[in-house]
Write a new protein. Sequence first.
Length: 158
Amino acid sequence: MDAVVINQFLIATVKVLHDHFHVDIEQSEPPHAIRGNDALDEVTVLLGITGDLEGHFLLGCSTPSALGIARNMMNNQDYPAFDDLCASALAELGNMIAGTTMTQLAGLGHTCNLLPPYVLRAEHAMMKLAVPVVIKLPLKTTVGRIAVCIGLKEPGKG
């Protein structure tokens, strides 16, 4: 997977979280390859990508981090617990990050489309991803740790 493509996801994540929801973010450790199912977390937003590149974009975090992000998105720091409304907010966050990334990738000559987001809320969820290995970008935010995971390939290639 091309480092330029991976960086577009990181840039979009930082921009969306900071500019729209006032969540500061920094890389907590270097990107590294993991098995696809190891990308799933307590709360995981999963978006499929098709077109010149195909695969998945995942945004994973703990339930407290997910609640913190949702609270910032809803501008309600007193929201009591992670629920379906919070899951919907996280799905929209996934759309915003992936949409911003797709726009950046189009500028680099990659035409891609997004499939609707799906929010998994299980600690030990299993799912077969389009690629067996993803790149994980662990991030530290003002509301907790999150991980951006990208698993993309060119259609017809391993």
